[in-house]
Design a binder for this molecule. Structure first.
Ligand SMILES: [Zn+2]
Ligand SMILES: [Zn+2]
Length: 263
């Protein structure tokens, strides 16, 4: 792991490369061509689940809330992501997750800050969705924690990387039914010892790299709400938005098979 000074020195020597295609360019982030082909999520969107209204159920939206959220409010009060998770954004997200593309973290955090601009003011804590320790040892870092730290450093909100702990390792969610996914992550999370009795009245923003079915985020939110949090929001680089909502909305359609591309 390169220290902060070492990383700064490397940046001074190495040229910037596009996070998606790897071409050399004049600054950090994406080249113009990759930027223009990324599936950015833009308003108008549901103020709760974040689904842009140009997707399916947006047609049935009531005011600023989509029909699914109006019918049954999601456990995660508000979800925001910079990108739709699809064929165009998948490589970028998986690269950050698996390929030690840590140098992209400040750029991704800027995207998160923009996507979560309406959530960050007044939030009580920013925290990552935790990895199980065994996975952390293998992967060496929790990409969600890296993101959470960078987003917190760019806002007034304090970061709590140890807010949640993963008590057991959960199998991949990809091939499970909706009920199966809910059961898979039920009881998998707990509030970190340092934070018990300190959540009362706080609105918490949970950070992850990608939200697929939303089952993991919902399980984390339930634990925090049971622990006294006032509300829980979600913020990610990318989110599956078609079909609308998936597990964030109890009773909605099965999620797209894109989730099965994740480990
Ligand atoms: Zn590029
Ligand atoms: Zn919605």
């Amino acid at each position: 792991m390169i220290g902060r000074c070492g990383a700064a020195a490397l940046e001074a020597v190495l040229p910037w490369t596009c996070l998606a295609c790897g071409r050399i360019q004049g600054g950090p982030g994406l080249c113009a061509a990759c930027w223009s082909r990324m599936p950015w999520i833009a308003p108008p969107q549901c103020v709760r689940c974040g689904t842009p209204f140009d997707v399916g159920a947006g047609n049935a939206a009531r005011g600023r809330i989509c029909a699914a959220c109006a019918g049954r409010p999601p456990v995660v009060a508000a979800t925001r992501a910079a990108l739709r998770y699809d064929a165009a954004s998948r490589g970028l997200v998986l690269g950050f997750k698996h390929a030690d593309r840590l140098h992209g973290a400040p750029v991704f955090a800027d995207w998160l800050r923009r996507a979560g601009a309406d959530l960050l003011p007044g939030a009580g804590l920013i925290a990552p969705v935790p990895l199980h320790w065994s996975r952390l040892a293998w992967r060496r870092y929790n990409q969600a924690a890296v993101l959470a730290r960078h987003v917190a450093a760019r806002s007034e909100v304090p970061c709590a990387v140890d807010l949640l702990v993963r008590r057991r390792r959960t199998p991949s969610q990809g091939d499970l039914s909706r009920e199966g996914r809910r059961r898979n992550v039920a009881g998998a999370f707990a509030i970190g010892r340092r934070w018990r009795d300190r959540l009362s009245g706080r609105r918490i923003i949970l950070v992850d790299d990608v939200i697929t079915s939303g089952a993991t985020l919902a399980a984390c939110a339930r634990v925090l709400l049971d622990g006294g949090a006032a509300a829980v929001d979600g913020l990610a680089i990318a989110q599956v938005v078609d079909p609308v909502g998936a597990d964030l909305h109890p009773g909605s359609a099965a999620p797209t098979d894109l989730s099965s591309t994740l480990p």
